[in-house]
Design a protein around this ligand. Structure first.
Ligand SMILES: *Cc1c(COP(=O)(O)O)cnc(C)c1O
Length: 470
């Protein structure tokens, strides 16, 4: 009797399941509806997403899930499709005051630079073509003239990024040989680039000298042996040793290397042209100053303080750069026309003294008066409910330059106490800003928008995002 009724229940369940499964929409019918809804589609992607949806839906029903009506099915597939076809990179507003912010894409380009490089990218070009001879040309020729003119260096080579430059130089000149480095400069940058590890992978043998806080000239001198290839100096970039410390200047390493017929190499990290002297003097030497030492090799990034594209720029002695060009690795580290075009336009602006088209330089050079005026302008546009205050702030060049020195700036602050009436606090406001693509700074119960990295064209979005909270 009991068995009988259980069987009844099972039969009933099976019947209703059959019924449910029959209600799953047919693929063709769904695709027609989807095509009408989405207008322009990638047919194979849409079909794959639809089939995946139907599989998952069938599985859900088998596990006791509920039936969906046709339009709900269409809606869900449309959402998945739109998600799959969305771009991942999004423009953001940098209100942090850190000019070269690696997480936010480092240096940005101006409309003028983009207009200038547009013909190179939308048309064929002489990337590796010698127009005079009508034959194959050299990719590395392009940026040479401009860099040489700016730096007064014998030769220049541009690779994919500065990390690649460091690796290429060590691999070319110090494989199986000793590289002498101060213990105070065995740095890690950005979590993945560690000098000792890069040395090891390049085949170079690390010879540490000195101590963490003090390295003397004689430490380098005493470490030199017949197995030494190079005296290496690394910019400390993201830290500074305060107090009882001493390091040997690159000028002394250049002299010492020359005396013992070794290569001196400075991994400079950032590097800036002397038009920015007013920002960095006393903290960082300009590229021109370093080049005037007549060093063997120096490398720095293309998208840090010079404000161009991601690249590793190597300059120094022609004989050494010729050797770098013979290393097979160079083929793997080579730069694209995008990079060359963007860097060329940036360098051309420096050569012409037209640095207003280089946003990184512009932001670094902003003076207190103009920053204050910008802050006033933004504060005036913000709804009074937020009680925006103009405050003095500390902004940073970023990119590993002057890690312990700030640039005086002004910002607009919105304080927690003024947010409570709106049932908000500063962390909620910070999250809200992020949803609008605005990256701001939290400090002492306030949310701060630093003017050094903002443009007037950013104000509309900032003001609109705040209005949306009222
Ligand atoms: C930033 C930096 C690097 C890495 O340069 P990328 O262009 O990011 O590859 C290497 N060395 C130093 C000292 C740096 O500051």
């Amino acid at each position: 009797m009991q068995q009988e009724s259980q069987k009844d229940i099972q039969d009933h369940l099976r019947d209703s399941l059959q019924d449910s499964l029959q209600h799953i929409p047919k693929t063709d019918k769904l695709l027609n509806a989807l095509n009408a809804e989405l207008k322009m589609v990638n047919p194979s992607l849409l079909k794959r997403i639809t089939l995946e949806f139907l599989d998952a839906y069938r599985q859900e029903l088998l596990e006791g899930g509920v039936l969906l009506d046709f339009s709900t099915c269409v809606k869900r597939i449309v959402a998945t499709y739109q998600n799959a076809t969305q771009k991942s990179l999004k423009p953001l507003i940098n209100a942090t005051g850190i000019v070269v912010h690696t997480n936010l894409g480092r240096s940005i380009f101006s409309e003028e630079i983009l207009e200038e490089i547009k013909p190179i990218l939308t048309q064929y070009n002489n990337l590796e073509y010698n127009l005079q001879k009508g034959s194959r040309g050299e990719r590395y020729i392009h940026l040479q003239g401009q860099f040489k003119a700016l730096l007064g260096a014998e030769d220049v080579l541009v690779v994919n990024n500065n990390a690649a430059a460091v690796f290429l130089i060590l691999n070319t000149f110090a494989k199986g040989k000793e590289v002498i480095v101060s213990r105070g400069e065995l740095i890690e940058i950005g979590g993945s680039f560690r000098i000792p590890r890069v040395m090891e992978d390049s085949g170079a043998i690390l010879h540490e000298v000195g101590t963490t806080n003090k390295t003397h000239f004689k430490d380098y001198q005493e470490a030199i042996s017949e197995n030494s290839a190079m005296l290496f100096k690394a910019h400390k970039s993201n830290y500074a040793i305060e107090g009882f410390s001493e390091e040997v200047g690159f000028n002394e390493l250049v002299k010492l290397a020359r005396k013992y017929n070794l290569i001196d190499y400075y991994d400079l990290g950032s590097g800036y042209f002397s038009v920015l002297d007013s920002v960095f003097t006393g903290y960082e030497p300009s590229l021109e100053t370093i080049s005037a030492l007549n060093p063997s090799l120096v490398s720095f990034s293309g998208d840090k303080l010079i404000g161009g594209a991601q690249a590793g720029i190597i300059f120094g002695k022609k004989a050494l750069i010729d050797k770098l060009k013979q290393n097979q690795l160079l083929r793997m580290l080579r730069v694209d026309k995008f990079t060359i075009a963007a860097l060329e336009a940036t360098l051309s602006a420096y050569l012409k003294g037209n640095i207003k088209v280089i946003p990184t330089a512009q932001m670094l050079l902003r003076d207190k008066e103009s920053l204050h005026a910008l802050a006033q302008e933004l504060a005036a546009q913000i709804p009074p409910n937020f009680n925006p205050q103009i405050i003095a702030t500390k902004s940073y060049s970023g990119g590993g330059a002057m890690p312990s020195h700030y640039l005086e700036s002004f910002g607009v602050a919105i304080f927690a106490k003024d947010l409570s009436v709106l049932k908000l606090d500063e962390t909620k406001l910070e999250q809200h800003f992020r949803r609008y693509g605005i990256i701001a700074r939290l400090e002492n119960s306030a949310l701060i928008l630093d003017m050094r990295t903002l443009f007037k064209s950013d104000f509309t979005r900032i003001v609109e995002s705040l209005k949306a909270l009222l």
